[in-house]
Design a protein around this ligand. Structure first.
Ligand SMILES: CC(C)(COP(=O)(O)OP(=O)(O)OC[C@H]1O[C@@H](n2cnc3c(N)ncnc32)[C@H](O)[C@@H]1OP(=O)(O)O)[C@@H](O)C(=O)NCCC(=O)NCCS
Length: 174
């Protein structure tokens, strides 16, 4: 927790701001994490933690150096979460992984593109990243086009032991 300074936050865009999570964001963050629609293309295990347990443990996220709040610029309404944490590949930490998760009501109006652009710039200017990765569920209908248009190039996918593609991998040389 808090291993490097968050002095580079907030990042302000026209529609949205990326800032540290605050305690009052946590109930909305829980709703986001528990929404099967939002999570339908997220690689990993389904979300199953009971609300009260999750909320208690989630206090630590408010000092996280990796999970940030996306809020509406003018009203500060919670829109989702973003991260640009270390990317673990073949058991090694390498560069950074960009992840954006918006609540259902915020999808499709340009917030995702704006937040990705803000974080790509911050990764270069403040975090010293040389490469950014995006892992995308093979069935995701929008993310591949979004990351392509932001300048990411597709690499070999992540494949499970049964030969199934688990995630498409996109990389951006910062
Ligand atoms: C994926 C996600 C981050 C994209 O953010 P967004 O704000 O919805 O997307 P934007 O409005 O910025 O649009 C980005 C591109 O995706 C396309 N797109 C997004 N939502 C779309 C929709 N519902 N229908 C059609 N196209 C859509 C747009 O064509 C747009 O391209 P354009 O700018 O060339 O028109 C967001 O939808 C989300 O968080 N979804 C739920 C969680 C998730 O799947 N996260 C991604 C994990 S890899």
């Amino acid at each position: 927790m808090g291993t490097f300074s968050q002095s580079w936050l907030p990042l302000a865009g026209d529609q949205a701001v990326v800032r540290s999570l605050r305690e009052h964001d946590l109930p909305a963050l829980y709703e986001l994490e528990a929404d099967p629609w939002v999570k339908r293309y997220i690689v990993g295990k389904p979300f199953s933690k009971p609300r009260e347990d999750w909320l208690r443990d989630a206090q630590a996220l408010c000092s996280s150096d990796n999970t940030f709040c996306i809020a509406r610029s003018k009203s500060d309404t919670f829109l989702g979460r973003a991260s640009v944490g270390h990317y673990i590949r073949d058991g090694r930490h390498t560069d950074r992984e960009l992840q954006v998760l918006l609540r259902r009501s915020a999808v499709g109006s340009g917030v995702g593109r704006e937040v990705c652009t803000l974080l790509m710039k911050a990764a270069k200017e403040y975090l010293g990243a040389t490469r950014l990765f995006a892992e995308v569920h093979p069935g995701h209908p929008h993310s591949p086009a979004l990351v392509h248009s932001l300048g990411f190039k597709e690499e070999e996918p992540r494949i499970a032991s049964d030969g199934q593609v688990v995630a498409r991998i996109f990389v951006f040389n910062v």
